[in-house]
Design a protein around this ligand. Structure first.
Ligand code: ADP
Length: 339
């Protein structure tokens, strides 16, 4: 079970996802499911980080379309714009000002050691300065809304650590009595901290091993049927714990179903083909309701648009309050010098 420190009354939830490509099961179980659970218990800000997406150099059309599609998917999945502020990052441009201020609080070397930047270099890419500065903008994303709890998958814990370091440095440098920012903490659910992909590695767009939440049925079937499995003869017992099909079954099946499929694996005479059929059925039914809601929203894009605009207005009020305080604390208020 997870070992999370319970929420405190001052806690504010804040987290975002890049609109690059489509949402996959890793995004849902690692992040969005927690967003949905937390929206009932605390004030929450969830944003689609289109400034961050620029690091991947999308075409303007792709960026627009992917951003809108993500908004639609979020609401279809159960994120509720009446409970949490849902919005697009660039609708609150103050966040880039805070990122600039924060970038002076961190040695450049800390950013060179950032996972995404290091990975890109190891792959032989020439990462841009946006990717280098990514964690600073992420810290601004969280802290501008005074966020202190960040639901994410395990891959993000290093970045949240940087945000925590920045909050502490800001407090030390610019406040004397009461710290201004609450150092944020990651909210990682152990069981789904790293959701495996079709090949057993972490599911990720970069590894091309994803199953999209709203995958077309034929594509879903093809992807599942292509999952590599052991060469156990049909009559013999199969090992569920080393099997990629079973790890996905465990993700989407209820306890009873999972335990009965597990028994079938251990009994033998079951076969990976049957296991894959079971998985396809489970994947299809898991998001059937969301799929229906999504179809409805596709026909009413204004509902999505209006919800995102209203969310941005609420978020911007909070961001502007924070920036007024931050400008005051950092001395970016020269007009007060003569007073
Ligand atoms: P990707 O790795 O596919 O580019 P993102 O970086 O956009 O995904 O991730 C968005 C959110 O989803 C983050 O909170 C991240 O931690 C979470 N996430 C992504 N992949 C996984 C995974 N395989 N397991 C758990 N959480 C994940």
């Amino acid at each position: 079970m997870t070992n999370l420190k319970p929420l405190e009354p001052h806690d504010i939830i804040s987290s975002g996802i890049k609109p690059t490509g489509v949402l996959h099961y890793g995004n849902y179980f690692g992040a969005i499911r927690q967003y949905i659970n937390l929206q009932d218990t605390a004030e929450a800000f969830y944003f689609i980080v289109d400034y961050h997406a620029l690091t991947t150099l999308p075409t303007p059309d792709t960026l627009r379309v992917d951003t809108f599609r993500m908004a639609l998917d979020w609401i279809a999945l159960g994120l509720d714009p009446d409970k949490a502020s849902l919005f697009v990052q660039s609708d609150v441009p103050e966040v880039t000002e805070l990122a600039w201020i924060f970038s002076n609080l961190l040695p450049a070397g800390d950013l060179e050691r950032g996972v995404s930047f290091k990975d890109a270099k190891q792959r032989g890419d020439t990462p841009n300065a946006g990717l280098l500065n990514y964690p600073v903008l992420q810290a601004a994303d969280i802290l501008i809304y005074r966020g202190s709890v960040v639901p994410v998958g395990k891959d993000q814990t290093q970045n949240i650590e940087i945000a925590k370091r920045i909050a502490n440095r800001f407090n030390r440098r610019f406040t004397s009595d009461k710290p201004y920012f609450h150092p944020p903490r990651p909210w990682v659910i152990e069981e789904v901290a790293v959701v495996p992909g079709l090949d057993g590695q972490k599911m990720s767009k970069s590894y091309n091993n994803t199953i999209a939440i709203f995958e077309e049925p034929e594509v879903l079937r093809k992807k599942v049927m292509a999952i590599p499995t052991a060469s156990t003869p049909l009559s013999e017992p199969m090992d569920p714990d080393s099997d990629h099909v079973f790890s996905l079954i465990r993700l989407v099946g209820d306890e009873e179903t999972v335990s009965s499929i597990r028994d079938s694996y251990l009994r033998g005479g079951f076969g990976f083909r049957r296991a894959k059929e079971e998985l396809i059925n489970l994947l299809e039914s898991y998001f059937a309701d969301a799929r229906e809601r999504r179809d409805e929203l596709v026909a009413k894009p204004d509902v999505v648009r209006d919800a995102m605009v209203a969310g941005a207005e609420r978020a911007r009020v909070r961001a502007q309050e924070t920036m007024r305080d931050v400008r005051e604390l950092t001395g970016l208020n020269w007009k007060n010098a003569a007073r």
